[in-house]
Design a binder for this molecule. Sequence first.
Ligand SMILES: Nc1ncnc2c1ncn2[C@@H]1O[C@H](COP(=O)(O)OP(=O)(O)OP(=O)(O)O)[C@@H](O)[C@H]1O
Length: 575
Amino acid sequence: MLKRFFAYYRPHRGLFLLDFGCAVLSGLLELGFPLAVRGFIDHLLPGQDWTLILLASAALLAVYVTNTGLMMIVTYWGHALGINIETEMRRKAFDHLQKLSFRFYDNQKTGHLVARVTKDLEEVGEVAHHGPEDLFIAIMTFIGAFALMFMVHPQLAFMTAIIVPLTGWLSSHYGSRMTATWRAIYGRVGAFNARIEENVGGMRVVQAFANEAHEKALFAEDNAKYRTTKLEAYKIMAASTTISYLGMRLTQMVVMIAGSYFVIRGELSAGGFVGFLLLVGVFFRPVEKINAVLETYPKGIAGFRRYTELLDTEPDITDAPDAIAVTSLKGDIRYEHVSFGYGGGRTVLSDISLEIKAGETVAFVGPSGAGKTTICSLLPRFYEADGGRITIDGIDIRQMTLASLRGQIGIVQQDVFLFAGTLRENIAYGRLGASEADILEAARRAKLDAVIAGLPAGLDTVVGERGVKLSGGQKQRLAIARIFLKNPPILILDEATSALDTETERAIQQSLAELSVGRTTLTIAHRLATIRNADRIVVVDTTGIAEQGRHQDLVAAGGIYRRLHEAQAGIQQAS
Ligand SMILES: Nc1ncnc2c1ncn2[C@@H]1O[C@H](COP(=O)(O)OP(=O)(O)OP(=O)(O)O)[C@@H](O)[C@H]1O
């Protein structure tokens, strides 16, 4: 994992060396300070020469200014290095999300995924900046301070060093506990992100059912779990900082007593004594650093693990190495012995074979859950068939690049997803970069022009999140306009109008019929009246394709379709 982490430094080698070099230099200058104090007390004070004292002070000032400059470089460029790495990781994570299939998203919570790309990577960025530098400086300062203490007074130095094993034990003990706790915290953050996301997204349902109290209780549970885990982390943090503080003060006491003894015996100068006490402070700085590291490292490591987990999720639907980019397909579709299940051992489609001619309109009907939507979802490869194959114009769809295949298929669903931008942006989603004239033409063909003309901001009207500011019919029209703009040879209309009132449905059906002209159309409808004119009706039930043919023929055949037809005709008469 470490190797994988450091690979991200490669493109920023120069920046890393600059940051690292400056940080090391700054650490060395800090290390020299106690020695300067020793020299000051032992050599300058007795001489009482103000010229020398002022000269030495000026030299010290120069060192301070240099160090300030170094620290500025480290603070800015070090963080720049961190954010560069974080940005690269975030780009990769987001790119990877685009490649993962419906099957992956079926099993994910949005909030968890959002946390991975935002908060997790922020922590990784922090570690990327501070990690190697802090560790190196901690070791350098530790060894450097000890060497200097040894130089000043070896016996005192050994007494101080007794504390070293304690420090080592502290860092490894608290380090592993903190990593585990931070992992848990991230899990909790993901859980309540998901909870908030779902609550806000589904607020209309929450309020419609007046289930606010239920939602509050669920959230309170997640929030309390987060609090408990965070308190656990703070407990570890408090213990480690207290112990290291106590360690330092105790060592200083030992040095005070033993140092006084050596000064009285004339074995240590006054300057050496003060310098040594300052060195004890420097010696303990790595311990403080390690405490800081204990806080940031585990967060970063936990974040990086979750990031790599995401990157390691192999996309299950990808382009074959020899896939071809298809353009202008005619739209002859064949399902050959296709089988499929969503997992868990249940087969949804078993040995389905079906041929649809270019330009033909085929309607799928049948009981709920029979697999009508599933049949259509396999065509753009939203899911991959487990057995058999699907071809368009004789080419296996797995031999086409995903982007080009999906570029040939337009989908209008009952639940239209709109982005929070303007009408213009949402229509242009059908063909990014389309001209104003093309967008207006598509809107006209989808009979959205009257709606646009009635809006003060016209095409620039903001539709609200998921298009909440539009009516169901308007959203459908927008979805149709998108497809007019995209102009694909194949259409999938998935229960596109079943949620609309009869009049709007009729108007939209007319637009859909216009959209279908000259395109191979697969349509799924619950209301048989809307598909009566289809070239062919395919009846799907749990056994597969039960019957197919034109409306009149199927009614005459007296099978499932006839029963469905009579049931619906009965309902319509009754209402
Ligand atoms: N993403 C999914 N993951 C797991 N199972 C699924 C998924 N989507 C559908 N199913 C299951 O597959 C079966 C077929 O579903 P499908 O949506 O294709 O039926 P349908 O005929 O279109 O139904 P409806 O008319 O109610 O929309 C159902 O039993 C359903 O529960």
